[in-house]
Ligand binder design. Structure first.
Ligand code: SF4
Ligand code: SF4
Length: 184
């Protein structure tokens, strides 16, 4: 049969020698390899206590941004959900009431906004699709968890704290910044 890679090895039915049958040389060889790696510099780190540095535009956990005055930017238009190839985003819209102008930037807002992080592939398409600069991915790594339900991130985990803003300036393209300026 024609080989595609030239890496195939034919199976041999040759009888094992006495040394091969007692397996000792193979066991000693295996132990030697283990010993060799024991003294080598470790490739692994003690995550989560230690973290590797990531790029400024690494695509990690999402953040729902507030505007300069602290109001939520998301207008629940659904474009991020439509753009999401993993169908990870769901939302429920609500109408802003009188007196809520400080809370929500637009007349329509997301009362519920959820991302299923088990589905998310961190592609960043939601970020690109958002016309309101409301959703961004951050450099924050997703923490591990035991329960599936804990991977459904709602607004409590996604909206940025008003007194602890998340800097996303490194991942904003010039066009996006220009739009933001014109949008004010
Ligand atoms: S990063 Fe990609 S997969 Fe994850 S929620 Fe956004 S669009 Fe969906
Ligand atoms: S995050 Fe952006 S794209 Fe998604 S619903 Fe809100 S405003 Fe629309």
């Amino acid at each position: 049969m024609k080989s595609l890679t030239n890496r195939s090895i034919s199976v041999s039915n040759k009888k094992m020698t006495f040394m091969e049958r007692i397996y000792l040389p193979a066991v000693v060889g295996g132990l030697f390899i283990t010993l060799k790696h024991f003294f080598r510099k470790k490739e692994t780190i003690r995550y989560p206590e230690q973290k590797r540095p990531v790029s400024d535009v690494y695509r990690g956990k999402h953040v729902l941004k507030r505007d300069e005055k602290g109001a939520e930017r998301c207008t629940s238009c659904g474009l991020c959900a439509v753009a999401c190839p993993a169908e990870a985003i769901t939302m429920v819209s609500a109408e802003r009431q009188k007196g809520e102008e400080k809370l929500y930037r637009e007349e329509k807002y997301a009362e519920v906004y959820e991302i299923n992080m088990l589905r998310c592939i961190f592609c960043g398409l939601c970020e690109s699709a958002c016309p309101k600069e409301a959703i961004f991915l951050t450099t924050e790594l997703m923490p591990a968890n035991y329960e599936r339900a804990d991977f459904i991130y709602g607004k409590d985990k996604l909206v940025e704290p008003i007194n602890n803003r998340v800097d996303v300036s490194k991942r904003q393209e010039t066009e996006v910044v220009t739009n933001k300026y014109n949008d004010k």
